[in-house]
Design a protein around this ligand. Structure first.
Ligand SMILES: [Zn+2]
Ligand SMILES: [Zn+2]
Length: 201
């Protein structure tokens, strides 16, 4: 396989898998007709909102001191490496071997709480939509893609990378940083550039 194709596949992993799964779940829930369109939409939105909290929590955990060397090594490979190599887009996305078990675990949790398969699937579709959106926003920042609507989130994530790793754990929204008191100071030292992109004007 050509290196360029391999790298594209590595970067695209979440986008090749999750949008199809999300669509499939929503179509399946709709076709079964056990819960109406309104509840399906509400549960999807609840899953999306829950993602933003999960995003903050998982990212926060990646910057906490770990009690065991094995956990520190995991943390390093899963996230801190990304801080050392912010231009390595292939390692900027979560691996499928990491995201799929997590997705299944949260689906199990949703099923246990909601006690309804269709409701849990609609919630899970929202959670995964939030996750895919996170990956897109994150890659847009690190790849220095010019997406006008994402300037705010991209600048915000740059503060986490280049100003203070102990603040700014939200990527798609600053909401939970605001709630938990981890908002970064509003002065950007530097923003993202990527070697393959033309310098930002
Ligand atoms: Zn990042
Ligand atoms: Zn981080």
């Amino acid at each position: 396989m050509k290196p360029a194709v391999r790298d594209w596949l590595l970067r695209s992993r979440p986008f090749l898998v999750y949008p199809a799964v999300i669509t499939g779940l929503l179509v399946w829930v709709g076709a079964r007709g056990q819960i109406g369109l309104g509840p399906t939409a509400a549960l999807w939105f609840a899953g999306l909102a829950f993602w933003t909290l999960l995003e903050w929590t998982l990212h926060r955990a990646m910057h906490l001191p770990m009690p065991w060397p094995a956990l520190s090594r995991f943390q390093d490979q899963a996230h801190l490496r990304h801080h050392r190599e912010p231009h390595d887009l292939e390692h900027s996305v979560v691996t499928l071997s990491g995201s799929i078990p997590l997705a299944l675990a949260f689906f199990g949790l949703a099923l246990a709480v909601l006690r309804d398969l269709d409701a849990a699937l609609a919630f899970q579709a929202g959670l995964m939509t939030g996750y895919v959106w996170y990956e897109f926003v994150h890659l847009a920042g690190h790849g220095a893609w010019r997406v006008p609507l994402l300037r705010g989130p991209v600048k915000y994530h740059a503060l986490h990378h280049y100003q203070d790793w102990e603040r700014g754990f939200g990527v798609t929204t600053p909401l939970w940083d605001w709630v938990f008191g981890t908002l970064p100071q509003p002065r950007a030292a530097k923003t993202f550039t990527h070697p393959s992109s033309s310098p930002a004007s």
